[in-house]
Design a protein around this ligand. Structure first.
Ligand code: APR
Length: 250
């Protein structure tokens, strides 16, 4: 009886875990209507299932990304680093002004989720997976690198990047924004990169920060660079007051 209970409990636990990420995936996917969520789920699983969770290369997610192409709106593309909450609070309320990778189909499906496969197992797991920095080629990190590269490749027009004045290195070379996205922005498809330095009380850095020199050096010289120091409450105001025109948010 003990063995039966154990096996039942274990398999129930496994199904429940499995069901959680799968049902989250489908319910988030179905909000976008016109897409084939089952096909996306199958491609998602194919990238990491039955693999060593530290050996999933970035390219494993290429077929998934290719199946859900970005339809960029050149007036609205937003990048960010170190400002996740303030940016997504804004884009949730001001879809008329800005959107981020996490507001696109795949980005919104997988935002905040953790997953991996395991050698010899046919499931997607959400526990016992490597953390972001435990090994370079973990499924979550590889997915975000792959999606960020495709998102930056699709960028056009005047793009905005919200960086954080609360750190001493707002343009952090280890970040996805610095290591993947910036160098993929290409003129003349992209005409300008407009950095918004989000300043909280007691900010540690602003547009004069030395790391922003590295950003300008890495940027395609034919893309016009600008930087503006903006108090965080001003960004929040733009979200809470829909009558403010997009171009007048800061
Ligand atoms: N541990 C866990 N998660 C991490 C880590 C880490 N050490 N580093 C990054 N992440 C994940 C988290 O999900 C975090 O919310 O990446 C997210 C963003 O990390 P930041 O350092 O704030 O920013 P950055 O690495 O520049 O990524 C943001 O990439 O997602 C795209 O288009 C998006 O422009 C945006 C940029």
């Amino acid at each position: 009886a003990v063995a039966v209970t154990l096996i039942l409990g274990l398999s129930l636990g496994l199904t429940r875990r499995q069901k959680t990420i799968k049902s989250t995936f489908f319910s988030r996917c179905e909000k976008f209507k016109e897409h084939d969520c089952q096909k996306l789920w199958d491609l998602f699983e194919k990238a990491h299932v039955n693999k060593d969770p530290c050996n999933v290369p970035v390219e494993a997610y290429d077929p998934l990304i290719a199946a859900a192409p970005f339809i960029p709106d050149c007036k609205k593309m937003m990048f960010w680093s170190g400002t996740k909450d303030v940016v997504h609070d804004l884009t949730a309320k001001r879809k008329d002004c800005y959107f981020t990778l996490e507001d696109t189909l795949l980005g919104s499906i997988l935002d905040g989720l953790m997953w991996c496969g395991k050698n010899g197992k046919d499931d997607t797991f959400t526990t016992g997976c490597p953390g972001w920095s435990d090994c370079e080629n973990n499924p979550v990190r590889s997915f975000w690198k792959c999606a960020s590269a495709a998102y930056a490749d699709a960028a056009c027009g005047d793009v905005t990047a919200m960086l954080s004045g609360s750190t001493t290195t707002p343009f952090d070379p280890e970040s996805i924004f610095a290591s993947i996205e910036v160098t993929r922005l290409k003129a003349p498809r992209v005409s300008s990169l407009n950095v918004v330095m989000v300043l909280q009380m007691n900010a540690k850095s602003d547009c004069t920060n030395a790391s922003l020199k590295n950003l300008q050096n890495q940027l395609d010289p034919n893309i016009t660079y600008s930087c503006k120091d903006v108090a965080e409450h001003r960004v929040e105001q733009c979200g809470s007051q829909p009558q403010i025109m997009c171009g007048s948010c800061w």
